[in-house]
Structure formats: C-alpha cells, structure tokens
Design a protein around this ligand. Sequence first.
Ligand code: NAD
Length: 455
Amino acid sequence: MEPVVKKQQQFFNTGKTLDISFRKKQLRKLKNILKDNEAKIYEALDKDFRKPMFESYATELLVLYQEIDHLLTNIDRWAKTKKVKSSIINFPSKSYIKPQPYGVVLVIAPWNYPVQLALNPALGAIAAGNTVILKPSEHAPHTSGLLAKLINNNFDPGFLRVVEGDAETTQSLLSEPLGYIFFTGSTHVGKIIMQSAANQLTPLTLELGGKSPAIIDQSANLTLAAKRIAWGKFINAGQTCVSPDYVYVHTSVHTQLCRLIQQEIRSFYGDDPSQSDDYARIINDKHFNRLTNIIEPENVFHGGNTDPNTRYIEPTIMTQVTWDDAVMQEEIFGPILPILSFDDLDKIIATLQNKSKPLALYLFSTNNKNQKKVTRNLQFGGGCINDTVAHLGNIELPFGGIGNSGFGTYHGKTSFNTFTHPKSIMKKSNWLDISLRYPPYDGKLKWLKKLTKFL
Ligand code: NAD
C-alpha cells in the first residue's frame, strides 16, 4: 500500500486540493458519475443483498446528493480563514484560524449501506481539501467492485482512489502514514482500528454500532409508534446501525403494541414477505446463521420463518424476552425485534444507564416530562422523539456515537469540521516590542500583575 499512500501524499503536497474550486469540481463530478450510473448501482445492491430499489435511492443515493449540494452551497464560507480577537498580552497582533485539511484520509466502510457509508465521509473529506483512499467492505462485493470501477476510472488516484480488500488490506493501509482515519463498522473492529491508529498517532473517527432501544410509554400514539418502529426496524432487513434494536414498552400497552407492529409488517410486506420486492435479504451466510441462532421459537410472537438458500429471514417479533436471552447479548443487526415491557420509567432509565451507550435511542411519548427525563438522563449518540432513524434525514444534525457506539461526528458542517484541522495563527507586528516578558524578570512581576489585573 506504500505507493498508493505515497502518491496521495505527493498529490496533497502539490496544494491542488487547497483550491476551493478544485474541491467543488470534484464533488460535482462525483455527483454526475453517481447520477449517470444509478441503474448499475441498483443492480449491484440487488446482487449483494436484494436491496429494494426504493431503499437504494432513498438511503444511499439521495443522502449523497443532498450532502453534495449542501457542501457545494457552504464550502466557500466554511473554508474561509476566520479572524478572532487578539489578546492584550500579544499586543500588537492579529489572530486568525485557518481551516486546514489533514492530508491523506483513509475511509473504511461497512457493507450495510455500502455506497452511502463509503462515499458520505469521503465527500466531507474532499470538501475539506483532503485526498481520499476508500476501502469499501468486501462483504458487499458487487457494490465494492462497482465503486472501484466508477472511481478509479474517473479520478486521479493521487486524489481519490478505491482500494478493494479485506481486513489484511485494511491493516496494510493502516500501517502507512495517514492524515486521518474514518472508520464505520463494528465496535470490535473499531478497537483494532484505534490500536493501529495509535501506533502513528493518527486522528480518527469511529462510527460504530450497539443496541439502540425504542421506549414506548403509556401516553404514546401507539398506531404511529408501531408503524415507525416497524419501518425503522425492517428497512434494509434490519441491517441498519441506527435501527431500533429492541423495544421497551409500558406493560399496560404491551399487547396492543405487539399486535399493531404485526399489522404494520403485514401491511408493508404482505402475508408472505419472501414474495415482497420491498424486503431485503441478509448479507451473507455467517450473518444468516448468527441471526437464526438467536431466534428462540418459543418466544416468537410473529414471523420466525427463514430460508438459508435465499438468506431470507421473515420480519420477526419476539416477546417474553429478558436481558439473559441470546437476542439481548449483542447488537442484533437483522430483522428480529424483541419486545420487553416495563412498569416504571425511572427503573428503565437506571437499567439503561448501566448498559453500553447506544448509537441511537427512540422515545415514543406525548408526555413532556418523560421526554425531558429520557433525553436528559440517558447518554446515546442521537435519536428521535416519536420516530425512528429519521434524525439522519436532517443534515443539520451531527451524526455519531458515544462510548462503545463510537466518537466523532459527521454529516453537513460537522463533516467539514471532522476533516479539518483549525490551524491557529497569531501575526505579531514589529513596530512595538514590549520587553516585559523577557528575562531578567527582576521587578517585572508586579507590572505584569498590574497590567493583567482586569483579566
Ligand atoms: P466490520 O467492523 O466487520 O467491518 C467494517 C470494515 O472494517 C470493513 O471494511 C472490513 O473490511 C474492515 N475490517 C474488518 N476486520 C478488520 C480488521 N481486523 N482490521 C482492519 N479492518 C478490518 O463491520 P460490518 O460488519 O461491515 O458492519 C456492521 C457494523 O457496523 C455493525 O456493528 C453496525 O452497527 C456498524 N455500523 C455503524 C454505522 C454508523 O454509522 N455508526 C453505520 C453502519 C454500520
């Protein structure tokens, strides 16, 4: 990987990416390439895990188009050098902050939104003036291959290059000197990436996963809650980092909610979801086997049918679940929804305060006090009140985790900031040089104190 990284470092050193019009041109070019190749992208996603075309447009391409447009509109303003007040101690001087790119950025992507999660961070990195090496996931091989073709045939490899491969390829990239690492994937691999980054003190963002709860109190609009939970859970066949992993519902409305989610599943995908064009498949056999092993038949309230040949898992609801069950031990990342119940919201808050901090949390409630209590007392990356997943649709909201679900944020302005080092510069004038700071200090301390007593 040495020549790949070296080539990018050399390109970065030419200063071409410091030119804002260059960055804009590349972003526009990327958007045009995506637009011209939408059909091929749908085909690759279909081959990888039968992703429905609507979802491919809405959750992959549309997100990228919006991000590109937002960056193009704001990049001039964000990239400007900003003057700040100078301090009296440095009189006479001027101070300013110069947004500077890090250099060569490595983006490591997962397979579950294989276009969007590879390119979205890359857009921010480009807007901020970096060069980008993109390592898509080997588990979505058709999409990875297509990205490599579309990008490597159209961009200077010194500026933007896709490197296909697995963990070994990623490790060899990580052993090179990089300006920034942006990783999206599992918490387990995130730790490995951070260890590699530590070797060269490379700054990084970790976008990880976790068990994101949906909490439903007695005051919730149950019909809408059921619809929005079923949508957020079963889109992409549950293979979404921010999908509601499990539901915590007040005992008084437990049965009603289970029935309503069941109804929504039928209305979305029909009586046999295996025949629906709108329902994706599991990415590979390993994940299929992992998921089928955590379905306890005696706990299945709805669904539970599977087909190993097509890697189909029916949208499944599990009830009578406790924290001791296999399904509650780790992030589900598939179309299985355990529903737990509670009587006392305060107890649930106390329980969740002792668990890993999730990437998302969803509260369904019309009670303002409960809304405040939950959003104030629980730590999580981000979330919604009375919806699921939809917070990602607002480019003004930073997206990222906390604790085990990662650190750092991106999307919109926060993407630009993530890939930018705010270089601080103080420009001193030469017409005056106050000698107070220079040794010998004899008798100077009282003057320093007098001068700075108002600080
Ligand atoms: P993963 O961690 O297995 O793989 C992610 C990337 O890391 C891949 O490109 C892979 O090739 C690479 N990789 C794997 N092992 C490696 C190693 N030992 N050394 C170096 N690189 C290695 O994740 P995945 O299965 O592709 O994605 C699923 C996970 O990602 C879930 O936990 C999900 O919650 C999380 N996720 C998070 C977000 C987010 O934005 N926070 C988005 C999507 C997925």
